[in-house]
Design a protein around this ligand. Structure first.
Ligand SMILES: [Fe+2]
Length: 146
């Protein structure tokens, strides 16, 4: 296992998760439209769940002696979840966050396999839980688009 590749994948997953959290909080604040209350709450539940995982994620990186990326510049350099600088219509918010949540599930599937191959089973448990959490977020976002 190429350690550099493994550690970079973990830092990328962490930065992407932080950017995903920020986007869900952005949409919680800025959503408008006839479904305001429901979507404000939906985005609220998602950002709270993801934010609650961030500290454990950073501490899991430190257990491997990886420094946690922790600046806006580092996050934007590493993240695969793009910033949203505008205020999209509510349907576009749902579609965008769904695509990002599916991307996060896939990142956690890949990093889980890397952690398993490296014998980091505590970390792989954490990554499996994150994949599952994003599958649930994706379900709720997808159901809101029908
Ligand atoms: Fe709030």
């Amino acid at each position: 296992m190429d350690k550099d590749k493994y550690f970079l994948a973990l830092k990328t997953a962490f930065a992407s998760e932080f950017c995903f959290y920020l986007k869900a909080h952005n949409f919680h604040w800025n959503v408008e439209g006839p479904l305001f209350t429901q979507l404000h709450q939906l985005f609220g539940g998602i950002y709270e769940e993801v934010y609650a995982s961030i500290d454990d994620f950073a501490e899991n990186l430190r257990k491997l002696d990886i420094y946690a990326p922790a600046s806006l510049q580092k996050f934007s350099m590493l993240s695969t979840v793009d910033d949203e600088n505008n205020v999209p219509e509510f349907q576009a918010m749902l579609q965008e966050l769904l695509a990002d949540s599916e991307k996060m599930s896939s990142i956690f599937r890949i990093t889980f396999d890397m952690a398993e191959a490296n014998g980091d089973h505590g970390l792989s448990n954490f990554l499996a839980d994150r994949q599952d959490a994003h599958k649930k977020h994706s379900w709720m976002l997808r159901a809101s688009l029908k």
